[in-house]
Design a protein around this ligand. Sequence first.
Ligand code: ACO
Length: 371
Amino acid sequence: MTATKGLEGIVATTSSVSSIVDGVLTYRGYDIDDLAENASFEEVAYLLWFGKLPNASELEQLKKDLNANASVPDAVIQQLKLYPKNTNSMAALRTAVSSLALYDEEANDMSRESNVRKAIKLQAQLPAIVAAFARIREGKEPVAPKADAGSIAENFLYMLTGEQPNKIAIEALEKALVLHADHELNASTFAARVTVATLSDIYSGVTSAIGALKGPLHGGANEAVMAMLEEIGTIDNVESYVQNKLANKEKLMGFGHRVYKNGDPRAKHLQKMSQELGKITGNLNWYEMSIKIEDIVTGQKGLKPNVDFYSASVYTSLEIPRDLFTPIFAISRTSGWTAHILEQYENNRLIRPRAEYTGPATQKYVPIEKR
Ligand code: ACO
């Protein structure tokens, strides 16, 4: 038995949810470029869950269901108030999502109908949790979700600020949500599938996924990118900062990818958004710094930006606090996680690979007085 480090290149399951072939990402056969330009996040979530784009009444019904389920149980809100104010927002989200199961009577119902209901509920409740925690830690009361929100993007921005967001902000967030919704067998989705393949419940699967997404080699990279941009500060500092990192063989966050070697197809959409939002806000500093970093890193190392690189400046232009970037990724990826969980349940087999043993050879037990 020989291990493949990081399971690189291992095909661990079949899936009809999304695919990456020759650098092209599709959700259920629809090219991400097409969806990013044309689809709403709710259409994409429906597509991921049900395998087809919704018609007008199906979409209307889904939006109604999402709005109807957006309120988080009061016990969970009270719990959020007890978390330390400086708790990492992904840790807060992970704990709160885990505890949602305690207040859902059908948490352990394994029927498909129940799991679809819970997927919609989770999709509706994550934005409310993220927004509520963001406000509570600032000493503010959570804002109840709008009952008639046009979209999750609108409702999330509304719950975050208590004010009706503008159209540009809603559309930008919407597109970011579409771009992050699913990504084949990424680390967090794999974690979700491994968890539910034991026939554990959907809340356990999503909680595992949030834990995996939190790390800086995965979803946590978008926050790390913004931390880097803030540390660099101005465009004049980019060259020396990047050269120093490269010389020390340190990783530059937001670059590289396990699967894409010729560039992440999502990055160009976020780059364009970053530039457009920079023009609208009158602050192109983050965008211009990002372009310069990309020129150097791609020029010298051949590494291309991934989805996390330009999303950092996009969210900053939307005045979203840095440590909510990864929770927003989780809001979007909940659609993909739950679609994969439903797929796993449909055709389940325990996921249990092997390890190549590298420890000591067979040893004989030595009584404690003789050690
Ligand atoms: N900066 C500098 N060098 C890098 C980077 C980077 N961002 N990414 C990879 N490399 C280098 C490595 O140092 C290594 O070089 P070596 O062969 O000389 O040792 C080589 O490229 C291969 O890198 P690995 O880390 O082995 O590649 P792997 O496929 O395991 O990792 C990963 C992919 C984790 C995304 C990696 O590129 C990375 O750490 N990037 C930075 C973090 C990041 O942006 N994560 C978000 C990914 S997208 C997402 O999850 C949503």
